[in-house]
Design a binder for this molecule. Structure first.
Ligand code: HEC
Length: 98
């Protein structure tokens, strides 16, 4: 029984990791952490705050990606990330998982 649970957890972890692996390191690499932190407000909101704001919204991922790519977040100018679509998707998924 235990072995089955462990195997299931491993599969779930792999599934969540997906293609491009996103993490705090990626957010740092893309320059996001210059203005954001995971759980503290800097120039921009804490990523945990963003996750809470979008919690339960089915289109959260698409909305955030579209905002970031358009360079306008909440009607204000925001730097467009130098990231591929896959990277942006992974980064947004990670952010929303916080
Ligand atoms: C130059 C500073 C700066 C950088 C760099 C930056 N942000 Fe932001 N970000 C902000 C500010 C300021 C806001 C708040 C905008 C507002 O008041 O609506 C914000 C808001 C956001 C939001 C909130 C969107 C919402 O709908 O509430 C997300 C998500 C976000 N940033 C993601 C990112 C990601 C991902 C990166 C890196 C690829 C990044 N930001 C890099 C300054 C920055």
């Amino acid at each position: 029984m235990n072995k089955i649970l462990i195997a299931a957890a491993a599969v779930a972890a792999l599934a969540m990791a997906g293609g491009a692996q996103a993490s705090e390191a990626m957010a740092k690499d893309k320059g996001c952490l210059g203005c954001h932190a995971v759980d503290a407000k800097k120039m921009g909101p804490a990523f945990k705050e963003v996750a809470a704001k979008y919690k339960g919204k089915a289109d959260a991922e698409a909305t955030i990606i579209a905002e970031l790519k358009s360079g306008k977040v909440g009607g204000k100018t925001h730097p467009v990330p130098k990231a591929s679509d896959d990277e942006l998707k992974a980064l947004t998924k990670w952010m929303l998982s916080l």
